[in-house]
Design a protein around this ligand. Structure first.
Ligand code: SAM
Length: 312
């Protein structure tokens, strides 16, 4: 049977992606051989992951909290849920706490607000604890949800993007947060990365995260406005634009900072029906759209899209 095969350190990311796309084979287990994790996918299309043909293992495990209580995000020792009311939130939190021993606190997310994109969180279960250490793709990230934005849902995106970077690239990460893109890339590649965020707390945590990880690349962290920072740069090989509600406002500055043939990894939240129009607008700016990917859904009709753009 066909299985996705990924190194152990990338297992959580690959599993989350496989479950999101509903491609894991019902009735068969995920297993590992000490070095690699094998995710049964049968005939599903998984072009962006390595696939091998090995014997499947029948599943006798109980249901997971995802199946019993809706999906939730895990950031280190914290689980973040969405729920219509506190009663439902308490039921979901109990199921999570019963099944996932690593979770210490569960919060209900009631929305994201402000320029720093902070989550409004209501404690549902466990002690008040918004600072935690999150692990993904072999990197460790200190996150404080009281002060900074962070989403574990982009772990696959960060893994795929870091795989496309070459040694020696000069990269600008315009909205870096605590540095998940920058750190994931610098762990793998000897790239020169300028990481910028307007939120000083995000930059403080990024500096800690640089110290906590063994990196091949070099990261320069700057607490300032991405627009003015990008305005002083030119000839960048790659620009990462992860401010999906308003990246478009910064696209002109990114084009100015990139070299001819340089790459812009661009994220935008869009209604599904508006994607074609937005892509035409982007091409009218003189950008080639080399690749397009749906990162995750935000509602029935809205998605976060990832576009790989080439500056001409
Ligand atoms: N890339 C990070 C990640 O994956 O966790 C953070 C992404 S978050 C959606 C957007 C970030 O952009 C926030 O940390 C926010 O503080 C920052 N931001 C918002 N406006 C900015 C601006 N004008 N210049 C620089 N950073 C900005």
């Amino acid at each position: 049977m066909r299985h996705i095969r990924v190194p152990m350190e990338n297992a959580e990311t690959a599993l989350r992606e496989a479950r999101k796309r509903r491609i894991t084979m019902e009735g068969y287990s995920v297993f590992n051989d000490g070095n690699y994790v094998y995710i049964p996918v049968g005939d599903s299309d998984v072009a962006d992951f390595p696939v091998v043909d090995v014997e499947g293992r029948r599943n006798r495990r109980p249901e997971t909290p995802q199946r019993t209580s809706g999906s939730f995000d895990v950031i280190g020792e914290i689980a973040i849920i969405k729920a219509r009311d506190l009663d439902k939130a308490h039921r979901i939190a109990s199921a999570i706490m019963a099944r996932k021993g690593s979770i210490k606190s569960v919060y209900m997310d009631t929305g994201i607000s402000g320029e720093y994109r902070l989550r409004n969180l209501v404690l549902v279960s466990g002690p008040e604890m918004r600072s935690t250490i999150h692990r993904e793709n072999g990197v460790v990230l200190k996150v404080d949800l009281e002060k900074v934005y962070f989403s574990p849902r982009l772990a696959t995106e960060r893994l795929l993007l870091s795989g496309r970077v070459k040694d020696g690239e000069r990269i600008l990460d315009m909205f870096c947060g605590v540095g998940p893109f920058a750190i994931t890339i610098a762990r793998k590649r000897s790239a020169e990365i300028m990481a910028v965020d307007k939120n000083p707390s995000a930059i403080e945590l990024l500096e800690e995260n640089i110290r906590m990880n063994r990196l091949k690349g070099h990261i320069t962290a700057a607490a300032c406005d991405a627009l003015s920072y990008a305005g002083k740069l030119s000839g960048m090989d790659r620009i990462i634009m992860n401010l999906p509600e308003s990246s478009g406002e910064f696209l002109g500055a990114a084009i100015g900072a990139a070299r001819k043939g340089g790459v812009i990894n661009y994220y935008e939240n869009l209604e599904v029906g508006n994607l074609g129009k937005r892509m035409r607008e982007i091409m009218d700016l003189g950008l080639e759209i080399k690749a397009k990917r749906e990162v995750h859904s935000l509602s029935r009709s809205e998605r976060m899209y990832s576009l790989e753009l080439i500056v001409s």
